[in-house]
Design a protein around this ligand. Sequence first.
Ligand code: ZN
Length: 448
Amino acid sequence: MFESDLVIKSDKVWDGESQTFKEATLVINKGIIERIEDLYAPVKGKRVIDACGLIVSPGFIDIHAHVEEDPSDTLTIQKLLLLQGVTTAISGNCGSGLLLDDVEGSLRERFINLCFLTPHAALRRAVGIADVYERATPLKIKAMRELLRSELEKGAFGLSFGLEYTPNVSQDEIYGLAQVLKGFDRRFISIHIRHDGPKCIDALKEAIALAEDLRLRVEISHLGSMTAFGYAKEALNIIEDAVLRGVDVKFDSYPYSAFCTHIGSAVFDPGFEERWGKGLDFIEVASGKFKGMRLNEDLFNLLRKEAPETLVVAHVMNEEEMRLCLSHPMCAVASDGVIKGGWGHPRAAGAFPRGLLWLREAGYPWEEALKHVVTIPRENAFLEGRGELKEGSFADVVIFDPLRLSDRATFSNPTLPPDGIRYVIVNGEISVEDGKIIGPSVGFILRR
Ligand SMILES: [Zn+2]
């Protein structure tokens, strides 16, 4: 009898489509799910995984990743995502990252499949705007539009803005760039909105207006971290209303009540303590030689001036509101993972298992919870051929123990892989076995 590359048998196969568990045998050959047979079908494989009692799901899809800066950090982030069960990630979010040609050069090893948005800051850099507070001239907007068009032609999945990081950016610049997407099929714009805290509602409305005016899809990035200061409920209502009137707006969120970014960013321009109602002692240094220390006036001034790339973690959001966002029926769980020199925020290593646990705690059965880590992000990103276990799909699979699944990464040990992830299969290759990376790097850069 012909031996297939890999055979997986389980009584709990969640195919991403029917939203129920089935008994099945997945027959994988040359990276593709070639056939799906019943559980007891006599299929031979070079490797057979008996996963009865374990959940077999399409690999998780991270719609908000940051695999885009320093090559060694990006490798770490990819591995941490893989160990959580993520097999495809959309990177270049929050307006930050690289243009496609540069990505190609810097990402020699790919442990997961990667898609890229064209980051606003990369467009600005390319036309000579280094200052985040600078307003682009009409001539520079025109040059950015041309560059964006060529990125989309090369297969970028869309455009990303980090409006909070470029506080003076004009509507002409935003709309001028967004309009370029109109000429392309199945692209989207991810937006880290202009404000967190008290002005987040205005900022959210600005992003929704863009989607409504231009009839484009807008993905609101990490909604919780922008609104969980007493505004999450109102924000969710606004999104629901927009959807009801036909606006193509989506959102994602991560399951932590602390955010993480560079201390030199505009997020920490004067007024942030008032915005969050919390002082410097709620902010922890997460990379560099002061890591682990809480900020005080002197340390804050020193790092802002001399080490603006330092990552800091701000424990300032309300957990209850973070949970409200994450457990909303529309929410895609996302990592937003950032790591520098092996340090950063635990979401890079724990967001997906933790997000699933939060969903379970909110009352979702597994069959429903899995939608938030597979189906919703897949649909939001217009991803095809992945995120479903059906004949002809790419064999991206995660196999986990529902009784043991839990995140272990903490703020003091942010890169600890989760418990309970037994196998992760990327493009038909076993990449993770019993919580350890065993396979070669077999991910692709996916182009639209
Ligand atoms: Zn962001």
